[in-house]
Write a protein that binds this ligand. Structure first.
Ligand SMILES: [Zn+2]
Length: 153
């Protein structure tokens, strides 16, 4: 049978496999193809749709690459990740957003140096595939860390 696959960047591929190939083996072929792509640095969540000429179809979503290491905190300090209300997101759950489908994005901010940590997962329970990346401090987070420093007696 022929497996036709296309990923979320629009790339296509076709693979010829024996007719008795199982659904798991088909999905392994798709996964292998995704992993062989050029994804650059960092971790990416990649999806591909597939269909076969004998009626199987589905979707494979996997992680490719590794998360970046977190940047250093302020001299001699460890990051202290928090989710203050000003980050936005749900009222009950500051810093958490639902994005397309079951994807969630959560954001935390270090109360010492002000950098942001983003965490994206493919389902509401935070299971794999998921990825974490970091963003530089900005005026809001710097203002917040300065205010916290003043509050410490
Ligand atoms: Zn920090």
């Amino acid at each position: 049978m022929i497996i036709k696959m296309s990923d979320d960047s629009g790339a296509n591929n076709e693979v010829n496999v024996p007719d008795e190939t199982s659904k798991d083996e088909i999905e392994n072929e798709v996964e292998e193809w995704i992993r062989g792509g050029e994804w650059g640095d960092g971790k990416h969540i990649c999806s591909a749709e597939y269909e076969t000429d004998n009626g199987f179809s589905g979707n494979v979503t996997i992680e490719v690459g590794e998360d970046d290491d977190p940047p250093d905190c302020a001299e001699g300090q460890e990051h202290s990740w928090e989710s203050p209300q000003w980050l936005g997101g749900c009222t009950e759950n500051p810093g958490v957003w639902s994005i397309e489908g079951n994807r969630i994005l959560s954001k935390e901010v270090c109360s010492i140096c002000g950098i942001y940590k983003n965490y994206q997962s493919e389902d509401q329970n935070g299971r794999e595939p998921n990825k974490t990346w970091y963003e530089d401090a900005d005026e809001y987070s710097i203002e917040w860390t300065n205010k916290l420093k003043k509050d410490i007696p």
